[in-house]
Write a protein that binds this ligand. Sequence first.
Ligand code: F0G
Length: 465
Amino acid sequence: MKVATHQLRCTECGARIAGGAVNSIFRCPICNGLYDVIYPWSTLPDSDTPASDSNLPNVSALRWLWQERRTSTMPIDQSGVWRFRDLLPIVDDLDHVVTLREGNTPLYDLPRASKALGLDWILAKHQGMNPTGSFKDTGMTAALSVARERGFEWVACASTGNTSAAMAAYAARADLRSIVFIPEGKIAWGKLSQSMDYGALTVQLRTDFDGCVRVLTELVSRFPIYLLNSVNPYRLEGQKTPAFELLEQLEWQVPEHIIVPGGNLANGSALAKGFSEMQHLGLIPRIPKVSIIQAEGANPLYRSLQENGGEELIPVKANTRATAIRIGNPASWRKALRALRTTGGWCEQVSEQEIALAKAEIGFEGIGCEPASAVTLAGLKKLVAQGKIGSEERVVLILTGHTLKDSNYTIDYHRGELFTEAEDAEISSDDQVLHTALRKPPIVLEPDTDTVFRELESKMKLIHA
Ligand code: F0G
């Protein structure tokens, strides 16, 4: 079945090209800008594309169709990405779709965090519940399907871990070969183990993420290898679909705020595109504010906004324990800026201590997430303290990665071994109380019933009759 009806449009100079005409680095040859995927029916905030929905069912029919597909046994219907394929016509032949039934992720409430912050409700859309444990799967199913359709045998990415795990899994499913560049010693072991398990050629480079990107760019320029970093706009088409799924889960009631972590700075813009398309098609009457939170040690967008209003990116030498977002020279910073401006969201930065506390709090809600995802709650606290988010406003945190991705971080935190003494000294006394209450280090005991009971009694404050 022929379904693809898209073009690529440069986000800088507006030049349009056919999808198949794009170069190997996904950059506009005129101005080096990144591309957006556009459709006859879609419009982007600064686009002059006229709206036309002639090829689409009406809004009620679309909603009905998306629900109906949930009951189907077809893999593309069971995918929480391809279920929305009417707004994702990027492959000519749906037989080329590579899916692990991604998406369909839960939306949880965070009652303790809501109470502590005095907000009516905070929800968490847990993208870490995807097949490889991160939101990258929603983008990888889309871009890997395009790679397969275009006949590539090899795919590659540079990664702080999650992209490589997702790419390796989807490449394996598609019977393609994959090459991963990761910064040596600077990604969580869980993620590295995944790309090996899924059969990728895994290359650890003695550099940071930004150094890996430089080598990768050269590689794909010289060899017929399909680039799967988030400069590839098809990735972002998949990553916009959680916005559709979220609104469906909320019965099409639009929340006021969406908060995402910022690393290479693509995901916030992908979600914002999803919201804008829904608004344009009349699925929702307005869009939520999309805010982006960076770690203090990897804060190029935050710094640039503070120092030059976002005119120029100020790259930084990135350093944070939230390794997934340890990126100093993010490729998609202009797209992120556009997302902030079109939705009215903010960019904030949070410290290592704030990230760890937020992560422990999300864990204590029975949910858990990886450190990079916890910046969302830490950032929310700041936005509330600054009066930018009111008590009656509804907030959705996008938790991007699974808690088991970085178990070393979690163990170090609970054992009280995560921070240096200097970092520990910076924590306010109020937050120290919270840390102490949340830390649950394991207790090592001899297997003697009396000893165990005595210890439990003291911990549980049991009173025997
Ligand atoms: N959260 C997690 C868990 C991530 O892995 C990433 C990015 C982000 C947030 C940031 O998203 O880059 O779109 O701003 N990880 C990449 C990787 C870069 O290689 O896995 P972004």
